[in-house]
Structure formats: structure tokens, C-alpha cells
Design a protein around this ligand. Structure first.
Ligand SMILES: *Cc1c(COP(=O)(O)O)cnc(C)c1O
Length: 440
């Protein structure tokens, strides 16, 4: 599978090198050059095909020029020790002609959010490629809280890989800090006396420091990495095969639009889709673009679904690449809807009251948008709403919505008693450099 930079179609790379490079050297995002037709493979799958098996087969087909199908099985077997789940909710009493929505729960992985699918696949790929080439790498990443935990969990105990995570001291939640600092082993947490922006600046400086890049193979694991994008297509395919529908409509709570872009890729490979609904909070640049044709990125606004507070979504360039910049073509497959905080909280409360189903604020944005769409376009086939995180991760918002605390998932409550292990450093790049040179 060959990828090209969204800024320059001639800047190309294969998958196994692309996962270590992350961003293209010209600042563009890598994007698949070709559109493989996987419909033959899809026909051979059955509703009983389990998730890891489906992922292995799709990986083997996509990467057949670079890895064997045995390797694809190894990569996916190690990455996906968890799977998505489909939950059907009853129809709304007000609109019984519509079937109830299906919720695609993507939060049964180690950090209890959908980013586990991407992070675990990426970690597993890197481990495989480093093993074959007998190399080692250091993953360097800055986090403002949530995204770092998926990376930390995914790379824990991976061979030939060391991970250094920078986070701003006092500015991540206690639970997030536990997720970053209690793993030990090959995961080192640096508690930076500064802001998230300081952490990011330090990481950026490391990637261009001549001494460091000569000594170490530095790599990032951020969300735009193709090794995180590609596996996010697998759960759309799994849901589609499992429901035995010719076509599904997916509603995707979106921020940086990696999740939705992966769904659209699956569609280009032959998955049956009647459409994608891009659900956002008040950070509505993409719904606005779909409605008006005007793309106006802007500073992000704070909302209660804060993992989607993105004012300038990076993956928009990939969506443009898929649709060759054609607004009309994009609108044939995608529509958008914006949901404010008030409706997000109301939705959490209402679905909990009427259907005894508790969802997190990001999923609630998707649910509200999806139900609004269904009111206007009644149909019998299930609408699949992607659920991106466990409600227990967003206790404050849940308490506000339903007046009680959500249960914490077992994977996270187990962290409470583990000791924090972090190295406190100031926000100078030299401190990071000294740490890296001393330890690796
Ligand atoms: C990252 C995240 C999103 C947004 O996903 P994108 O791929 O950036 O659109 C939604 N919900 C949760 C819980 C997230 O962590």
C-alpha cells in the first residue's frame, strides 16, 4: 500500500516506513494513493467472523506487498485482545416506524476509548517491523491528558520500543495521570512544569535536534499516523458484515475526523453505505462546509465533549483527497450536524431514563444528531451510532446530566492503588534532551 502526502502527490512512502515517519516531511498527511477493491474478500466473510480474524484478513490484503498473511495475523492477534460490540436500543416511542439505533461500542480496549484500535494496531505494527529489521525506536509524545493514555497502554511491553510521554504538571485529571504514570516498564512519564504547548514545543524540538536524531530512532504515535488511521476502518466493516445489511448509515461523533475518514476509506474499498453523518459539538467547521461549501477553520471552543474540541481538523485534507476536492461528491455520501452542550446533556439523561442506557458525552452528540436525521429521513435499516468512550471516563459530565456517578470501568478503577512514577522536569528543551541522552 503506497501513501502520498496530502500536500504533494509525488512525495510517496510505503506503509512500513510511513508508520515510523508519522507526518510527511512537507507537513502533509500521508494518504493512500490507490483505492483497492476488497469486495471479493468482503463476500467471503460471514456475520460470525470475529473481529480479529476480519482485521487480519483485511490487513493481509491491504499490505500484501509488504507483509505475509502470517505476519498480518500476528500483528492483529497481538493488537486486538478486545473487540467492538453492537448494542441495539429499542425504537423511540414517538417514531415507532423507525427501528431503534444500533450503538457500536468502541470502548472495550485498555484505555476505554476508540483510540485504542488505532494505537494498539500501530504499536503492534511497529513491534513487528522493528523485530524484522532488528532495530529499536523511541516514541516521543506530548499529551494534554486523554490521547496519551491510549498510546501508553498500547505500547506497554512492546519489544524494541521505549516510550516517553510528556504531560503538563497539574493540568491533567487525576485519572488521566494514573493512566500515564502507573504502567512502568518501557513507558516513562515526564511531568513537565509548564503547559501542554510547552510539552509539544519540546517534542517538536527533539525531532529536529541533530544530536538526538543521530543517536536515536525517534518516532511519534500521534493520531494522524497512517498506522492509526487504517485499523479504524475495521470496525465499520465488522459492523456492516455482522448486521448483514446491504447498506448502513453511520453516525460518527467527530473532532479531528480521523474516525470518520477511516469509515469513508472502508466505503471506497467496497463497504455498503447509504451515508455518513458527521456529528460535531459547537466546533462545527465540517458540518458548515457540507452545508455551505465554505471551509472556515477557526480556534476551538470548549464544550462538554472535549475530545472533539477541534477547530481545524487535520483529517479534512484527507477527506478532500478522497473526494478530489469536490464538495458535491462529498455531500452525496456525507452530511453534518452540530449539537450543543444543552442537548448533549439532555440526550444522556433521556436515553438513560427511557432506555436504561448510559452513554458518554461524545456518544451523546452522535446520538442526538442521528435521531434528528432519522426524524427527517425515516428508514427501516438500523442507524449505527459509533460510541467512542466509556461513560465512566467523563464522570463530571455524567453527574451533571443524570445526578449520579457512572461506574468506572474495571480497567481504570484498578489504577487507583498503583503508585505514580513520573520524572519531574522543567519546560526547557535541554532538560528533555539530557533525559533522553542519559536514558537511551
Ligand atoms: C478522539 C475522540 C473523538 C474524536 O475522534 P476524531 O477521530 O478526532 O474525529 C471522539 N470521542 C472521543 C471519546 C475521543 O477520544
Amino acid at each position: 500500500m503506497i501513501f502520498a502526502s496530502t500536500k504533494n502527490p509525488r512525495l510517496r512512502i510505503d506503509f512500513s516506513r510511513g508508520v515510523f515517519q508519522g507526518l510527511a516531511p512537507d507537513g502533509g498527511l500521508y494518504h493512500p494513493v490507490e483505492t483497492p477493491d476488497l469486495s471479493r474478500l468482503f463476500k467471503s466473510l460471514s456475520p460470525r467472523t470475529d473481529f480479529t480474524d476480519l482485521a487480519s484478513q483485511v490487513t493481509a490484503e491491504l499490505l500484501k506487498d509488504e507483509i505475509t498473511s502470517h505476519q498480518a495475523g500476528e500483528i492483529c492477534g497481538r493488537a486486538f485482545t478486545f473487540a467492538p460490540r453492537l448494542v441495539y436500543l429499542p425504537p423511540d416511542p414517538e417514531a415507532p416506524e423507525n427501528s431503534g439505533p444500533a450503538i457500536l461500542e468502541l470502548y472495550h480496549g485498555p484505555s476505554c476509548a476508540f483510540k485504542d484500535f488505532g494505537a494498539c494496531f500501530l504499536a503492534s505494527c511497529m513491534e513487528e517491523f522493528l523485530g524484522t529489521e532488528k532495530r529499536e525506536a523511541v516514541i516521543l509524545t506530548a499529551t494534554s491528558g486523554d490521547t496519551g493514555s491510549a498510546v501508553a497502554q498500547a505500547f506497554h511491553h512492546k519489544k524494541n520500543i521505549e516510550v516517553v510521554i510528556l504531560y503538563p504538571s497539574g493540568r491533567v485529571s487525576p485519572l488521566q495521570e494514573k493512566q500515564l504514570t502507573t504502567l512502568g516498564g518501557n513507558i516513562r512519564a515526564l511531568e513537565v512544569q509548564g503547559s501542554f504547548d510547552d510539552c509539544q514545543a519540546m517534542v517538536k524540538a527533539a525531532f529536529v535536534d541533530p544530536v538526538l536524531i543521530k543517536r536515536l530512532t525517534l518516532s511519534s504515535a500521534n493520531s494522524i499516523n497512517i498506522g492509526r488511521l487504517i485499523p479504524q476502518a475495521f470496525y465499520y466493516l465488522w459492523a456492516w458484515i455482522k448486521t448483514e445489511q446491504k447498506e448502513l448509515r453511520f453516525c460518527v461523533p467527530s473532532g479531528n475526523f480521523g474516525n470518520l475518514t477511516a469509515g469513508v476509506l472502508a466505503w471506497t474499498w467496497g463497504m455498503g453505505v447509504s451515508g455518513f453523518l458527521a456529528a460535531t459539538n459547537r466546533n462545527n467547521v465540517v458540518p458548515e462546509y457540507l452545508n455551505t461549501g465554505q471551509y472556515r477553520p477557526r480556534p476551538s471552543l470548549q464544550t462538554c465533549s472535549n475530545a472533539m474540541d477541534v477547530g481545524s481538523p487535520s483529517n479534512f485534507d484527507r477527506l478532500l483527497a478522497i473526494f478530489k476536492g469536490d464538495w458535491k461528491k462529498m455531500r452525496e455520501v456525507m452530511s453534518g450536524a452540530e449539537v450543543n452542550d444543552e442537548n448533549t446533556l439532555k440526550t444522556i439523561a433521556q436515553v438513560y431514563r427511557e432506555k436504561a442506557y448510559l452513554m458518554d458525552p461524545h456518544t451523546a452528540v452522535g446520538y442526538h444528531a442521528g435521531m434528528g436525521f432519522r426524524k427527517k429521513h425515516p428508514a427501516a435499516e438500523p442507524l449505527v451510532i459509533l460510541s467512542t468512550a466509556h461513560p465512566g471516563k467523563f464522570a463530571e459530565v455524567i453527574e451533571k446530566a443524570v445526578n449520579q456517578s457512572p461506574p468506572l470501568p474495571a480497567a481504570l478503577s484498578a489504577l487507583a492503588d498503583k503508585p505514580k512514577q513520573a520524572v519531574l522536569i522543567d519546560s526547557n528543551f535541554q532538560s528533555l534532551k539530557d533525559f533522553l541522552l542519559k536514558n537511551y
